[in-house]
Design a protein around this ligand. Structure first.
Ligand code: IMP
Length: 433
Protein backbone atom coordinates (compact mmCIF):
# COMPACT_ATOMS: atom_id res chain seq x y z
CA UNK A 1 0.00 0.00 0.00
CA UNK A 2 1.44 3.35 -1.07
CA UNK A 3 2.29 6.12 1.34
CA UNK A 4 1.43 9.42 -0.31
CA UNK A 5 3.03 12.86 -0.44
CA UNK A 6 0.86 15.86 -1.31
CA UNK A 7 2.70 18.97 -2.44
CA UNK A 8 1.99 22.24 -4.25
CA UNK A 9 3.21 22.58 -7.84
CA UNK A 10 3.11 26.39 -7.98
CA UNK A 11 3.90 29.12 -5.43
CA UNK A 12 1.73 27.76 -2.65
CA UNK A 13 -1.99 28.34 -2.00
CA UNK A 14 -2.99 25.66 -4.48
CA UNK A 15 -5.69 24.30 -2.18
CA UNK A 16 -3.62 21.56 -0.56
CA UNK A 17 -5.58 21.79 2.70
CA UNK A 18 -8.78 20.58 1.08
CA UNK A 19 -7.07 17.73 -0.80
CA UNK A 20 -5.14 16.60 2.27
CA UNK A 21 -8.35 16.70 4.27
CA UNK A 22 -10.04 14.46 1.66
CA UNK A 23 -7.15 12.00 1.40
CA UNK A 24 -6.86 11.95 5.19
CA UNK A 25 -10.03 9.88 5.21
CA UNK A 26 -7.99 6.95 3.77
CA UNK A 27 -4.83 7.61 5.79
CA UNK A 28 -3.90 6.65 9.35
CA UNK A 29 -1.08 9.13 9.90
CA UNK A 30 -0.91 12.67 8.48
CA UNK A 31 2.53 14.26 8.76
CA UNK A 32 3.80 17.73 7.97
CA UNK A 33 7.47 17.81 7.02
CA UNK A 34 8.56 21.41 6.37
CA UNK A 35 7.65 25.07 6.72
CA UNK A 36 5.95 26.59 9.69
CA UNK A 37 3.13 28.97 10.35
CA UNK A 38 3.90 30.81 7.11
CA UNK A 39 1.51 28.17 5.72
CA UNK A 40 -2.22 28.54 6.00
CA UNK A 41 -4.41 25.61 5.06
CA UNK A 42 -8.06 26.51 4.69
CA UNK A 43 -10.62 23.78 5.22
CA UNK A 44 -14.38 24.05 4.80
CA UNK A 45 -16.21 21.18 6.45
CA UNK A 46 -20.02 21.24 6.60
CA UNK A 47 -19.90 24.94 5.77
CA UNK A 48 -17.57 25.73 8.69
CA UNK A 49 -14.19 27.23 7.84
CA UNK A 50 -11.04 26.35 9.74
CA UNK A 51 -7.59 27.73 8.92
CA UNK A 52 -4.63 25.77 10.21
CA UNK A 53 -1.08 27.07 10.21
CA UNK A 54 0.95 24.45 12.08
CA UNK A 55 -1.32 21.52 12.84
CA UNK A 56 -1.72 19.02 9.97
CA UNK A 57 -4.99 19.27 8.02
CA UNK A 58 -5.92 15.72 9.06
CA UNK A 59 -6.78 16.91 12.56
CA UNK A 60 -10.50 17.24 11.80
CA UNK A 61 -10.79 13.47 11.30
CA UNK A 62 -11.43 10.82 13.94
CA UNK A 63 -8.90 8.22 14.85
CA UNK A 64 -5.77 9.63 13.18
CA UNK A 65 -2.24 10.39 14.24
CA UNK A 66 -1.24 13.92 13.18
CA UNK A 67 2.49 14.54 13.14
CA UNK A 68 4.48 17.76 13.04
CA UNK A 69 7.74 16.42 11.65
CA UNK A 70 11.31 17.41 12.45
CA UNK A 71 11.56 19.51 9.26
CA UNK A 72 8.90 21.93 10.48
CA UNK A 73 9.81 25.06 12.46
CA UNK A 74 7.33 25.40 15.30
CA UNK A 75 6.10 28.63 16.79
CA UNK A 76 4.90 27.32 20.15
CA UNK A 77 2.55 30.28 20.67
CA UNK A 78 0.75 29.40 17.43
CA UNK A 79 0.67 25.69 18.20
CA UNK A 80 -0.81 26.29 21.65
CA UNK A 81 -3.37 28.68 20.21
CA UNK A 82 -4.43 26.26 17.46
CA UNK A 83 -4.83 23.41 19.94
CA UNK A 84 -6.94 25.59 22.27
CA UNK A 85 -9.00 26.92 19.40
CA UNK A 86 -9.73 23.45 17.99
CA UNK A 87 -10.67 22.17 21.46
CA UNK A 88 -12.89 25.18 22.22
CA UNK A 89 -14.76 24.63 18.96
CA UNK A 90 -14.98 20.86 19.64
CA UNK A 91 -13.05 20.17 16.43
CA UNK A 92 -10.24 18.10 18.00
CA UNK A 93 -11.53 14.50 17.97
CA UNK A 94 -10.89 12.71 21.28
CA UNK A 95 -9.34 9.68 19.58
CA UNK A 96 -7.03 11.66 17.29
CA UNK A 97 -3.46 12.14 18.46
CA UNK A 98 -1.29 15.17 17.78
CA UNK A 99 2.48 14.72 18.06
CA UNK A 100 5.35 17.10 17.34
CA UNK A 101 8.91 15.96 16.73
CA UNK A 102 11.22 16.50 19.68
CA UNK A 103 13.92 17.60 17.23
CA UNK A 104 11.79 20.18 15.42
CA UNK A 105 13.25 23.67 15.81
CA UNK A 106 11.43 26.49 17.55
CA UNK A 107 10.55 29.89 16.22
CA UNK A 108 11.60 32.39 18.87
CA UNK A 109 10.52 36.04 19.27
CA UNK A 110 13.89 37.21 17.92
CA UNK A 111 13.28 35.28 14.71
CA UNK A 112 10.08 37.22 14.08
CA UNK A 113 11.72 40.51 15.00
CA UNK A 114 14.72 39.90 12.74
CA UNK A 115 12.51 38.76 9.84
CA UNK A 116 10.47 41.98 10.02
CA UNK A 117 13.44 44.26 10.67
CA UNK A 118 15.36 42.89 7.69
CA UNK A 119 12.43 43.25 5.32
CA UNK A 120 11.76 46.79 6.54
CA UNK A 121 15.40 47.73 5.98
CA UNK A 122 15.50 46.48 2.38
CA UNK A 123 14.69 49.26 -0.02
CA UNK A 124 14.38 47.61 -3.43
CA UNK A 125 14.33 43.86 -3.38
CA UNK A 126 12.05 42.79 -0.58
CA UNK A 127 11.18 39.08 -0.52
CA UNK A 128 7.74 39.81 0.89
CA UNK A 129 8.08 37.24 3.69
CA UNK A 130 5.12 36.41 5.88
CA UNK A 131 7.03 37.99 8.79
CA UNK A 132 6.62 34.86 10.91
CA UNK A 133 10.33 34.35 11.56
CA UNK A 134 10.61 31.34 9.27
CA UNK A 135 13.87 32.27 7.52
CA UNK A 136 15.77 33.26 10.71
CA UNK A 137 14.60 30.06 12.45
CA UNK A 138 15.94 27.87 9.63
CA UNK A 139 19.16 29.94 9.61
CA UNK A 140 19.73 29.07 13.27
CA UNK A 141 19.11 25.40 12.58
CA UNK A 142 21.79 25.38 9.90
CA UNK A 143 24.08 27.55 12.06
CA UNK A 144 23.59 24.95 14.83
CA UNK A 145 22.43 27.51 17.34
CA UNK A 146 18.69 26.77 17.10
CA UNK A 147 16.55 25.63 20.00
CA UNK A 148 14.56 22.41 19.53
CA UNK A 149 11.37 21.24 21.23
CA UNK A 150 13.39 18.77 23.34
CA UNK A 151 15.57 21.70 24.49
CA UNK A 152 12.48 23.65 25.49
CA UNK A 153 11.44 20.78 27.76
CA UNK A 154 14.81 20.79 29.57
CA UNK A 155 14.92 23.88 31.76
CA UNK A 156 18.71 24.03 32.09
CA UNK A 157 19.44 23.59 28.40
CA UNK A 158 16.72 26.04 27.45
CA UNK A 159 18.06 28.75 29.78
CA UNK A 160 21.58 28.31 28.46
CA UNK A 161 20.59 28.36 24.78
CA UNK A 162 18.24 31.28 25.22
CA UNK A 163 20.97 33.30 26.92
CA UNK A 164 23.53 32.57 24.21
CA UNK A 165 21.08 33.36 21.44
CA UNK A 166 19.85 36.58 22.98
CA UNK A 167 23.40 37.85 23.37
CA UNK A 168 23.84 37.63 19.61
CA UNK A 169 20.29 38.50 18.50
CA UNK A 170 20.02 41.55 20.77
CA UNK A 171 23.29 42.76 19.29
CA UNK A 172 21.76 42.63 15.79
CA UNK A 173 18.48 44.14 16.93
CA UNK A 174 20.04 47.08 18.72
CA UNK A 175 23.26 47.75 16.79
CA UNK A 176 22.24 46.85 13.24
CA UNK A 177 18.54 47.64 13.20
CA UNK A 178 18.36 50.27 15.94
CA UNK A 179 15.57 48.44 17.75
CA UNK A 180 14.86 47.69 21.40
CA UNK A 181 16.42 44.47 22.77
CA UNK A 182 14.39 41.49 23.94
CA UNK A 183 14.19 40.85 27.66
CA UNK A 184 15.59 37.44 28.62
CA UNK A 185 13.29 36.96 31.62
CA UNK A 186 10.16 37.79 29.63
CA UNK A 187 11.03 35.38 26.82
CA UNK A 188 11.96 32.71 29.36
CA UNK A 189 8.65 33.01 31.25
CA UNK A 190 6.60 33.00 28.07
CA UNK A 191 8.34 29.90 26.72
CA UNK A 192 8.23 28.05 30.07
CA UNK A 193 4.44 28.31 29.91
CA UNK A 194 4.48 26.85 26.38
CA UNK A 195 6.74 24.02 27.54
CA UNK A 196 4.14 22.96 30.13
CA UNK A 197 1.34 23.06 27.59
CA UNK A 198 3.20 21.30 24.78
CA UNK A 199 4.93 18.57 26.79
CA UNK A 200 2.21 15.95 26.19
CA UNK A 201 2.52 16.40 22.43
CA UNK A 202 6.30 16.06 22.06
CA UNK A 203 7.66 12.71 20.83
CA UNK A 204 10.18 10.91 18.68
CA UNK A 205 7.89 11.08 15.68
CA UNK A 206 10.25 9.21 13.35
CA UNK A 207 9.78 6.17 15.61
CA UNK A 208 6.02 6.67 15.77
CA UNK A 209 5.64 6.88 11.98
CA UNK A 210 7.95 3.89 11.43
CA UNK A 211 5.94 1.78 13.91
CA UNK A 212 2.70 2.66 12.19
CA UNK A 213 4.18 1.77 8.80
CA UNK A 214 5.24 -1.63 10.15
CA UNK A 215 1.64 -2.23 11.19
CA UNK A 216 0.63 -1.61 7.58
CA UNK A 217 -0.88 1.80 8.33
CA UNK A 218 -1.02 4.45 5.61
CA UNK A 219 0.94 7.67 5.86
CA UNK A 220 -0.02 10.92 4.18
CA UNK A 221 2.77 13.50 4.01
CA UNK A 222 1.37 17.03 3.85
CA UNK A 223 3.50 19.62 2.08
CA UNK A 224 3.27 23.34 2.71
CA UNK A 225 3.93 26.18 0.21
CA UNK A 226 4.78 24.97 -3.33
CA UNK A 227 7.70 23.64 -5.40
CA UNK A 228 8.55 27.11 -6.75
CA UNK A 229 9.03 28.43 -3.22
CA UNK A 230 11.61 25.68 -2.57
CA UNK A 231 14.90 27.15 -1.36
CA UNK A 232 16.85 25.13 -3.98
CA UNK A 233 14.41 24.60 -6.84
CA UNK A 234 12.27 27.73 -6.59
CA UNK A 235 12.65 31.25 -7.98
CA UNK A 236 15.54 32.07 -5.63
CA UNK A 237 15.80 34.38 -3.69
CA UNK A 238 12.01 34.88 -3.81
CA UNK A 239 11.42 31.62 -1.99
CA UNK A 240 10.81 30.32 1.48
CA UNK A 241 13.64 28.86 3.59
CA UNK A 242 12.80 25.16 3.43
CA UNK A 243 12.77 22.45 0.79
CA UNK A 244 9.17 22.17 -0.29
CA UNK A 245 9.70 19.41 -2.86
CA UNK A 246 8.51 15.85 -2.23
CA UNK A 247 11.99 14.53 -1.38
CA UNK A 248 11.91 16.47 1.85
CA UNK A 249 8.95 14.40 3.07
CA UNK A 250 11.53 11.76 3.87
CA UNK A 251 14.14 13.98 5.54
CA UNK A 252 11.56 16.14 7.29
CA UNK A 253 9.92 13.19 9.06
CA UNK A 254 12.86 10.82 9.50
CA UNK A 255 11.52 8.13 7.15
CA UNK A 256 13.49 6.49 4.30
CA UNK A 257 12.63 7.57 0.74
CA UNK A 258 11.50 4.11 -0.34
CA UNK A 259 8.51 4.40 1.99
CA UNK A 260 6.96 6.88 -0.44
CA UNK A 261 4.81 5.26 -3.11
CA UNK A 262 2.96 8.16 -4.72
CA UNK A 263 3.32 11.93 -5.04
CA UNK A 264 0.25 14.02 -5.78
CA UNK A 265 0.96 17.52 -7.09
CA UNK A 266 -1.74 20.07 -6.44
CA UNK A 267 -2.25 22.37 -9.38
CA UNK A 268 -4.62 25.31 -9.14
CA UNK A 269 -6.47 25.85 -12.46
CA UNK A 270 -4.72 29.23 -12.68
CA UNK A 271 -1.62 30.65 -10.96
CA UNK A 272 -1.26 32.89 -7.89
CA UNK A 273 1.65 34.27 -5.95
CA UNK A 274 1.92 36.27 -2.74
CA UNK A 275 5.00 38.26 -1.97
CA UNK A 276 7.55 39.41 -4.51
CA UNK A 277 9.28 37.60 -7.35
CA UNK A 278 8.93 36.81 -11.05
CA UNK A 279 5.52 35.77 -12.36
CA UNK A 280 5.47 35.32 -16.13
CA UNK A 281 1.72 34.76 -16.58
CA UNK A 282 0.59 37.47 -14.16
CA UNK A 283 -2.57 39.31 -15.21
CA UNK A 284 -2.62 42.94 -14.17
CA UNK A 285 -5.91 43.51 -15.96
CA UNK A 286 -9.61 43.02 -15.35
CA UNK A 287 -9.40 39.22 -15.74
CA UNK A 288 -6.74 39.06 -13.02
CA UNK A 289 -8.95 41.14 -10.72
CA UNK A 290 -11.89 38.91 -11.46
CA UNK A 291 -9.93 35.72 -10.64
CA UNK A 292 -8.66 37.36 -7.43
CA UNK A 293 -12.20 38.26 -6.36
CA UNK A 294 -14.04 35.11 -7.42
CA UNK A 295 -11.24 32.88 -6.09
CA UNK A 296 -11.06 34.92 -2.87
CA UNK A 297 -7.34 35.01 -3.38
CA UNK A 298 -6.19 36.50 -0.11
CA UNK A 299 -3.25 35.01 1.83
CA UNK A 300 -4.59 32.68 4.55
CA UNK A 301 -1.73 33.77 6.83
CA UNK A 302 -1.23 37.45 6.10
CA UNK A 303 -4.50 38.45 4.42
CA UNK A 304 -2.50 39.97 1.54
CA UNK A 305 -4.12 40.05 -1.92
CA UNK A 306 -2.60 37.32 -4.08
CA UNK A 307 -1.31 38.20 -7.53
CA UNK A 308 -3.23 36.18 -10.15
CA UNK A 309 -2.44 34.90 -13.65
CA UNK A 310 -3.01 32.19 -16.24
CA UNK A 311 -2.01 28.60 -15.62
CA UNK A 312 1.70 28.13 -16.29
CA UNK A 313 2.66 24.62 -17.40
CA UNK A 314 6.39 25.42 -17.36
CA UNK A 315 6.09 25.71 -13.58
CA UNK A 316 4.06 22.51 -13.38
CA UNK A 317 6.43 20.49 -15.56
CA UNK A 318 9.44 21.52 -13.50
CA UNK A 319 7.56 20.53 -10.33
CA UNK A 320 6.62 17.16 -11.81
CA UNK A 321 10.29 16.53 -12.50
CA UNK A 322 11.86 17.74 -9.26
CA UNK A 323 9.22 16.12 -7.05
CA UNK A 324 8.62 12.93 -9.04
CA UNK A 325 4.90 13.67 -9.18
CA UNK A 326 2.82 10.62 -10.09
CA UNK A 327 -0.59 12.27 -10.31
CA UNK A 328 -2.06 15.77 -10.37
CA UNK A 329 -5.06 17.23 -8.61
CA UNK A 330 -6.60 20.31 -10.25
CA UNK A 331 -8.22 22.73 -7.82
CA UNK A 332 -10.52 25.76 -8.04
CA UNK A 333 -11.66 24.98 -11.59
CA UNK A 334 -15.00 26.65 -10.77
CA UNK A 335 -13.24 30.03 -10.38
CA UNK A 336 -12.68 30.12 -14.15
CA UNK A 337 -16.40 29.71 -14.96
CA UNK A 338 -17.66 32.62 -17.06
CA UNK A 339 -14.31 33.66 -18.58
CA UNK A 340 -14.78 33.60 -22.33
CA UNK A 341 -11.28 32.61 -23.46
CA UNK A 342 -8.73 30.84 -21.26
CA UNK A 343 -5.01 30.71 -21.75
CA UNK A 344 -2.46 28.10 -20.73
CA UNK A 345 1.22 28.99 -20.85
CA UNK A 346 3.22 26.21 -22.53
CA UNK A 347 6.59 27.91 -22.80
CA UNK A 348 8.67 31.03 -22.18
CA UNK A 349 10.44 32.84 -25.01
CA UNK A 350 13.47 35.01 -24.36
CA UNK A 351 14.34 38.04 -26.57
CA UNK A 352 17.31 36.08 -27.95
CA UNK A 353 14.92 33.38 -29.18
CA UNK A 354 15.56 30.73 -26.51
CA UNK A 355 12.48 28.77 -25.52
CA UNK A 356 11.90 27.17 -22.12
CA UNK A 357 9.13 24.58 -21.94
CA UNK A 358 10.21 22.29 -19.11
CA UNK A 359 12.18 24.42 -16.73
CA UNK A 360 12.21 27.95 -15.38
CA UNK A 361 15.47 29.78 -16.26
CA UNK A 362 17.64 30.07 -13.15
CA UNK A 363 19.01 33.46 -14.15
CA UNK A 364 16.51 36.05 -12.91
CA UNK A 365 17.49 38.58 -15.56
CA UNK A 366 16.79 36.06 -18.34
CA UNK A 367 13.54 35.08 -16.64
CA UNK A 368 12.38 38.67 -16.29
CA UNK A 369 12.88 39.22 -20.03
CA UNK A 370 10.91 36.11 -21.03
CA UNK A 371 7.43 36.32 -22.53
CA UNK A 372 4.79 33.61 -22.21
CA UNK A 373 3.77 31.38 -25.13
CA UNK A 374 0.07 30.62 -24.80
CA UNK A 375 -2.43 28.09 -26.04
CA UNK A 376 -5.97 29.47 -26.03
CA UNK A 377 -9.09 27.49 -25.15
CA UNK A 378 -12.78 28.37 -25.06
CA UNK A 379 -14.26 28.89 -21.60
CA UNK A 380 -17.63 27.73 -20.20
CA UNK A 381 -20.50 29.47 -18.45
CA UNK A 382 -22.32 26.58 -16.77
CA UNK A 383 -22.17 26.12 -12.97
CA UNK A 384 -19.81 23.18 -12.38
CA UNK A 385 -19.81 23.05 -8.57
CA UNK A 386 -21.99 19.95 -8.35
CA UNK A 387 -20.12 17.85 -10.92
CA UNK A 388 -19.31 14.43 -9.48
CA UNK A 389 -17.51 12.96 -12.46
CA UNK A 390 -15.54 14.31 -15.40
CA UNK A 391 -18.50 13.52 -17.66
CA UNK A 392 -20.67 15.97 -15.67
CA UNK A 393 -18.45 18.88 -16.70
CA UNK A 394 -19.41 21.00 -19.71
CA UNK A 395 -17.44 20.17 -22.85
CA UNK A 396 -15.07 23.14 -22.62
CA UNK A 397 -14.26 22.55 -18.94
CA UNK A 398 -13.51 18.92 -19.78
CA UNK A 399 -11.23 20.04 -22.60
CA UNK A 400 -9.42 22.39 -20.23
CA UNK A 401 -8.62 19.70 -17.65
CA UNK A 402 -7.77 17.15 -20.34
CA UNK A 403 -5.35 19.62 -21.92
CA UNK A 404 -3.64 20.06 -18.54
CA UNK A 405 -3.39 16.30 -18.14
CA UNK A 406 -1.88 15.89 -21.62
CA UNK A 407 0.62 18.71 -21.14
CA UNK A 408 1.56 17.43 -17.66
CA UNK A 409 2.08 13.87 -18.89
CA UNK A 410 0.83 12.38 -15.60
CA UNK A 411 -2.71 11.25 -14.78
CA UNK A 412 -5.32 13.32 -13.01
CA UNK A 413 -6.32 12.08 -9.57
CA UNK A 414 -8.91 14.68 -8.63
CA UNK A 415 -10.63 17.87 -9.79
CA UNK A 416 -11.95 20.30 -7.19
CA UNK A 417 -14.93 22.39 -8.29
CA UNK A 418 -15.81 24.21 -5.06
CA UNK A 419 -14.66 24.76 -1.49
CA UNK A 420 -16.53 21.96 0.29
CA UNK A 421 -15.52 18.30 0.55
CA UNK A 422 -18.58 17.46 -1.56
CA UNK A 423 -17.53 19.72 -4.46
CA UNK A 424 -14.97 17.26 -5.76
CA UNK A 425 -14.55 14.89 -8.69
CA UNK A 426 -12.44 11.99 -7.42
CA UNK A 427 -10.86 9.97 -10.20
CA UNK A 428 -8.52 7.78 -8.23
CA UNK A 429 -7.32 7.32 -4.65
CA UNK A 430 -3.53 7.66 -4.54
CA UNK A 431 -3.54 5.06 -1.76
CA UNK A 432 -4.96 2.35 -4.01
CA UNK A 433 -1.82 1.85 -6.15
P1 IMP B 1 8.60 33.23 4.37
O1 IMP B 1 8.30 31.78 4.14
O2 IMP B 1 7.69 33.87 5.37
O3 IMP B 1 10.04 33.48 4.64
O4 IMP B 1 8.26 34.00 3.00
C1 IMP B 1 9.06 33.83 1.82
C2 IMP B 1 8.18 33.87 0.57
O5 IMP B 1 7.34 32.72 0.55
C3 IMP B 1 7.22 35.06 0.51
O6 IMP B 1 7.05 35.43 -0.84
C4 IMP B 1 5.91 34.50 1.04
O7 IMP B 1 4.80 35.23 0.57
C5 IMP B 1 5.97 33.11 0.46
N1 IMP B 1 5.19 32.13 1.25
C6 IMP B 1 5.53 31.55 2.43
N2 IMP B 1 4.57 30.71 2.81
C7 IMP B 1 3.63 30.71 1.88
C8 IMP B 1 2.40 29.99 1.71
O8 IMP B 1 1.98 29.16 2.51
N3 IMP B 1 1.71 30.29 0.58
C9 IMP B 1 2.14 31.18 -0.35
N4 IMP B 1 3.29 31.85 -0.24
C10 IMP B 1 4.02 31.63 0.86
Amino acid sequence: MANVVVIGTQWGDEGKGKVVDLYAEDADVIARFQGGNNAGHTLVVKGVQTILHVIPSGILHDHKICVIGNGVVVDPAVMVQEIDDLRNRSLFPADTKLLASEIAHLIMPYHRRLDLAREARKTGKKIGTTGRGIGPAYEDKVARTGIRLCDLLDDEIFREKLKANLEEKNFYLTKLFGEAPLDEREVYDEYRAYAEKLKPYVANTSLVVEREMRKGKKILFEGAQGCHLDVDHGTFPYVTSSNTVAGNASCGTGIGPLAIGAVVGICKAYTTRVGQGPFITELTCEIGDRIQKVGQEFGATTGRKRRCGWLDMVLIKQSIRVSGITGIAITKLDVLTGIEKLKICVGYKSPSGDEFTESVPANLRVLSECRPVYQELDGWTEDIQHAKQIGDLPKNARRYVERIETLAGVPLTLVSVGAGRENTIILKSPFSD
